[in-house]
Write a protein that binds this ligand. Structure first.
Ligand code: GLC
Length: 614
């Protein structure tokens, strides 16, 4: 028996009983389970030598992704570099950005105009023609690996496009394929579901079902009408989707972002969110990955309140996702920008810092989606802040209508019934860079850049891995051209998904440009983060009292080193008062020695203060 097969069997033996138990509990189908194990063996054999080496190295060092040098960047391939080959040509730029993990936004086959930004997959084994081919993907992952860059992709497992082969066959009335989705020939059950299932896109795609006149059936469509929900009660769906996952892992993908994971199991009379079976499926997927391709990580997309997010890590003995998005912290960050009051953010960070260090969060200031105002309203209410009016305030603020706001952006899915709305805009536009640029106001530009950089500096100090949105490193602003494209005009998320402007990138070498200032100041922070071990995701992290409502203090400690970060969320000067008897610290940005008991910060200023204890 080959060495690879021996490792496969060893890994399968480790997980077999639990995997079988969960599978049989869910499906009670021994022959489908046997097929699954068989195919896992074939995928393992098909995995190329380099990937197998990667597996061996990472199996021996399972904490590899928790180091302080991991920095991600996400982008749409066409926006960033035209196609896959274009991305391969831009790897040097990515290295210059200190990035060693790229998230390639959805690139699998989809129908133009009915794609939801690629989240409606028509073929899990085909790359969109305009972006390249599977071979290009393999070449790209290989080139990335040579430069020590990890590659992440979306695995959209909740639904397929209605152009997917299964959907086409189901639409023709083929029972086997209909059973892979949720089909109903009358409105009774759909309307029963509607009573308890909330809506994801209340304005752009209301309801959870779509009537198909040609098929004479309703089909479940939680997202857009052309995104048909898969039925994971059918073991064929689970097995085939796992084969797709392994097929893509064998193309060299390192990180799978499981899209919309809370939605993958449906039950009548429930919200169809976060049901216990979802965890069974994710746990099985984790084990399948560990057996076939142990270098691969799972990143769960759970855009919900913290109590619902954390269970997706599973337990220490039975882990599910390796990493999850820190979505509430992201939303709370922008709340803090709008209120200049760090108290809620501090509570939120304390809650995250109290979790086991095995849990790794992905931190970000914004992504390709809207910002939903999912804050801890219980806590805000104790301060007299009420949910509905506060959401209104935040939306007004970031549109530039309220308070001392310099932000620019647009609402998303404003629901006339609940009065709820989410928000779209790039980091730079939300910080005031768009407005200052338009008005050619130098002073305002400096302030806006200071805010932008301070937010990144603070994000780098959070517990976990930071991910930048491609273009943010040069302060790209909102792109209003989506309004001219009838296929995009209704979805304001395209506002912050503009194409990378390579002309502006040239400015990073020019003195006195906003792009250059942002890029170099960020790069300096990235280098500090990479150099200092104390940024590792398993460092002890806590918040620090600063006795100033607009200054956030974060402390990280690891192996005799201590780092205190102070971040001023106000445009005015502030002073942080820290209770410390440690003596002098060194400011990592200026090199100055500082006694941190009383630290003066300029408007939107920050500092990283370090001390080594021998
Ligand atoms: C995720 C994606 C979002 C998409 C949805 C449906 O939330 O981030 O862009 O619309 O899933 O697939």
């Amino acid at each position: 028996m080959s060495r690879e097969m021996e490792s496969f069997i060893r890994r399968l033996e480790k997980h077999h009983d639990e995997l079988r138990w969960l599978y049989m509990e869910l499906y009670d189908n021994g022959s489908m389970f046997a097929e699954l194990c068989d195919r896992m063996g074939s995928f393992c054999l098909e995995r190329n030598e380099e990937l197998k080496k990667r597996d061996a190295v990472r199996e021996a060092d399972p904490n590899w992704y928790k180091q302080n040098d991991v920095l991600g960047m996400m982008f749409y391939i066409d926006n960033f570099a035209g196609n896959m080959k274009g991305v391969a040509d831009r790897l040097e730029y990515l290295e210059k950005c200190n990035v060693n993990y790229i998230h390639l936004m959805p690139f699998l086959d989809t129908v133009e105009g009915r794609s939801d930004g690629g989240y409606a997959v028509a073929d899990f084994r085909k790359v969109q023609d305009k972006l390249g081919s599977m071979e290009d993907l393999e070449n790209l992952t290989k080139a990335c690996h040579e430069k020590k860059i990890n590659v992440c992709m979306d695995f959209v497992m909740n639904h397929t496009s209605d152009a997917h082969e299964w959907a086409r066959k189901a639409r023709e009335g083929n029972g086997e394929y209909m059973s892979r989705y949720f089909f109903f020939d009358n409105p009774d059950i759909p309307s029963q579901y509607e009573r308890t299932v909330p809506q994801v896109f209340p304005t752009t795609a209301p309801g959870n079902f779509t009537w198909l006149p040609d098929a004479g059936h309703y089909v479940m469509t939680t997202f857009y009408p052309y995104q048909w929900d898969l039925n994971y009660r059918n073991p064929r769906v689970f097995n085939e989707m796992m084969y797709n996952f392994l097929y893509l892992a064998n193309r060299g993908i390192d990180i799978f972002r499981i899209d919309a994971v809370p939605y993958i199991w449906k039950e009548l009379n429930t919200s169809c969110r976060n049901l216990p079976r979802v965890h069974t499926i994710v746990r099985m997927m984790r084990m399948i990955g560990e057996v076939v391709c142990p270098s691969v990580l799972l990143l769960g997309e759970v855009v919900m309140e913290p109590e619902k997010v954390v269970p997706y890590f599973g337990t220490v003995e039975k882990p599910e996702c390796h990493m999850l998005y820190n979505v509430t912290t992201m939303a709370t960050t922008w709340h803090t920008v709008a209120t200049r009051d760090v108290r809620l953010l501090r509570e939120q960070l304390n809650a995250v810092n109290g979790l086991p260090k095995e849990y790794v969060f992905l931190n970000y200031l914004r992504c390709h989606d809207d910002i939903g105002w999912g804050l801890d309203y219980g806590s805000l209410l104790r301060e007299g802040i009420e949910e509905r009016s506060h959401k209104q305030y935040l939306n007004d603020y970031f549109q530039g209508y309220a308070g001392d706001s310099n932000s620019r952006g647009e609402l998303y899915n404003a629901d006339p019934v609940t009065g709820d709305a989410r928000f779209c805009g790039t980091t730079a536009s939300m910080c005031g860079i768009e407005k200052a640029g338009f008005e050619q106001d130098k002073e305002a530009m400096e302030k806006a850049i200071d805010l932008d950089i301070m937010l990144h500096a603070y994000m780098f100090m959070q517990s976990g891995i930071p991910v930048l949105y491609g273009g943010d490193e040069i302060g790209q602003v909102n792109d209003y051209t989506y309004k001219e494209d009838p296929l995009k005009a209704k979805d304001s998320r395209y506002l912050h998904r503009g194409a990378m402007n390579w002309e502006l990138v040239k400015n990073i070498e020019r003195h006195g440009t906003a792009e250059g200032e942002i890029f170099h100041r960020l790069a300096e922070l990235e280098r500090i983060r990479k150099r200092e071990k104390v940024f590792a995701s398993d460092a002890q992290t806590c918040t620090v009292e600063t006795y100033d409502r607009s200054v956030l203090g974060i402390c990280r400690e690891m192996e005799g080193e201590k780092l205190i970060g102070l971040f001023n969320f106000s445009e005015s000067e502030s002073t942080a008062w820290i209770n410390t008897t440690d003596g002098e610290y060194v400011d990592l940005c200026s090199g100055r020695k500082i006694w941190p008991a009383e630290v003066h910060l300029s408007g939107y200023g920050f500092c990283y203060l370090k001390k080594t204890f021998l």
